[in-house]
Design a protein around this ligand. Structure first.
Ligand code: KG4
Ligand code: ZN
Length: 343
C-alpha cells in the first residue's frame, strides 16, 4: 500500500499565522495565532505583522503537527500562501515552507490565498462533512483585501468575473467602524452592534460600477461626511444611534454585494451559490442569502466561520488538489504580493 498523502499548510498573508495538517483529504489540525498588536493602530501594521509571524510560525507548526499526531518525516508536501497579501508577511511563510521542504526533501505547493478561500468549501475533517457546491458555481469572495465574484468550474479551474475597483467589502466595514470609533477589525463589531438596530434608519448611496464589478470607496466617503455632519449638529449622535448606524451601513454593504451576485446568477443561469472570506462571517449576509435560497431557488453554501476567516486548512486543502494534479512549485518560487489567479 502506498503512503498516505500528508500535507502541511501554511498561511501568513496578513495578520494571522496559520498551520494545518491534512491527511488523505481530511483536516486533522487547524491552528491559527491571531495578532493583537494591531489593535491600537486601527489597521494592520505590515512591519509588526511580519515580526509577529516570525515569532508565531515555529510554535504554530509544532502545535499543528502535535495535534494531528503527525511527525514531520511523514509529510508528503508543504503548501504555503504565495500571495496575494502583505509582502513581509508572505515572506515569512514562504521562506519557512521552502526551507522545511528543502530539509525534508519534499515538494512545495504554492497557493493563491483567494483560490484557497473558495476551496474552503471543500474542507473535510472528522466532524465536517457538509454538502459541497456542485460545479459550476458562483462564489462571492469577500475579505479585508478583496471582493470578487468567481465562476468556479473545477477545484483548479475558475474565472474571476467581477472584482472591486477600489476598496474591498471588509475594508468598507473596517473603515466605517473606524469612523465611529470602533477598534480594528471593525467588521465583526459592526455586525454585533447592528443587532437590534434599524437597517432603514439611515440611507447611504449605492456605488456604481460596471458589470459584476464593485466599488466601495464612494460609500466610505459618503459615510464619513454623513457622520461628520451629524456630529456637528449633535456631538452625541454616534453614542445615541450606534445600533441604527451599524445596522444601516451593514444593510447597505450587504445589499450592494448581493445585487451583483443576483445579477450574475440570473445572467449565467447558475443557482449554485457560495460565499467565502472573512466578510462571509457577517450574520446579515448569511441571513439574506438564506432568504434568497428560498426566493430564488438557490442552493447556498456558507462555510463554518473558522473557515471563512484566514486559516491554513484552506491552504492545505487547495494544496491537496494541486498535489493530486501534480502542480508542484520549484524552490525558486518567491512570495508575490499581487499573485493573481482565475484570469
Ligand atoms: O478573509 P479575512 O479573514 O482576511 C483577509 O484575507 O483579508 O477577512 C478579514 C475581513 C476584515 O475586514 C473583517 O472586518 C471582516 O473580514 N469580517 C467581517 C466579519 N468578520 C470578519 N465583516 C463583517 N462582519 C463580520 N462578522
Ligand atoms: Zn483572507
Amino acid at each position: 500500500m502506498s503512503n498516505p498523502v500528508v500535507i502541511l499548510g501554511i498561511e501568513s498573508s496578513c495578520d494571522d499565522t496559520g498551520a494545518a495538517i491534512l491527511r488523505e483529504g481530511k483536516i486533522y489540525a487547524n491552528i491559527v495565532a491571531s495578532q493583537s498588536v494591531h489593535k491600537d493602530y486601527g489597521g494592520v501594521v505590515p512591519e509588526l505583522a511580519s515580526r509577529a509571524h516570525q515569532q508565531n510560525i515555529v510554535p504554530v507548526v509544532h502545535e499543528a503537527l502535535k495535534k494531528a499526531g503527525v511527525d514531520k518525516s511523514e509529510l508528503s508536501a508543504i503548501a504555503f500562501t504565495r500571495g496575494p497579501g502583505l509582502l513581509g508577511s508572505l515572506l515569512v511563510g514562504t521562506s519557512f515552507a521552502k526551507s522545511l521542504a528543502l530539509g525534508l526533501d519534499i515538494p512545495l505547493l504554492e497557493i493563491n490565498h483567494m483560490h484557497a478561500h473558495i476551496i474552503a468549501h471543500f474542507i473535510e475533517s472528522e466532524e465536517e462533512n457538509n454538502a459541497k457546491p456542485r460545479f459550476p458555481f458562483l462564489c462571492l469572495t469577500v475579505s479585508g483585501g478583496h471582493t470578487e465574484i468567481v465562476l468556479v468550474e473545477d477545484h483548479l479551474k475558475m474565472k474571476v468575473i467581477g472584482r472591486t475597483n477600489d476598496d474591498a467589502a471588509g475594508e468598507a466595514f473596517d473603515k466605517a467602524a473606524k469612523t465611529i470609533g470602533l477598534d480594528y477589525p471593525g467588521g465583526p463589531l459592526i455586525d454585533q452592534l447592528a443587532h437590534g438596530g434599524d437597517p432603514f434608519a439611515f440611507k447611504f448611496p449605492h456605488p456604481k460600477a460596471k458589470g459584476y464589478d464593485y466599488s466601495f470607496s464612494g460609500l466610505k466617503t459618503a459615510f464619513l461626511y454623513f457622520i461628520r455632519d451629524r456630529m456637528q449638529e449633535d456631538s452625541n449622535f454616534i453614542k445615541k444611534n450606534k445600533a441604527d448606524i451599524c445596522a444601516s451601513i451593514q444593510h447597505t454593504i450587504v445589499e450592494v454585494l448581493l445585487k451583483k451576485l443576483i445579477q450574475a446568477s440570473d445572467d449565467l443561469g447558475i443557482k449554485e451559490i457560495a460565499i467565502s472570506g472573512g466578510v462571509a462571517a457577517n450574520s446579515k449576509l448569511r441571513k439574506e442569502l438564506l432568504l434568497l435560497k428560498k426566493s430564488k431557488d438557490w442552493s447556498v453554501y456558507i462555510p463554518k466561520i473558522e473557515f471563512c476567516t484566514d486559516n491554513a486548512a484552506m491552504i492545505a486543502m487547495t494544496g491537496y488538489y494541486k498535489y493530486l494534479n501534480g502542480n508542484f512549485a520549484s524552490q525558486n518560487t518567491s512570495a508575490s504580493a499581487r499573485y493573481t489567479y482565475g484570469d
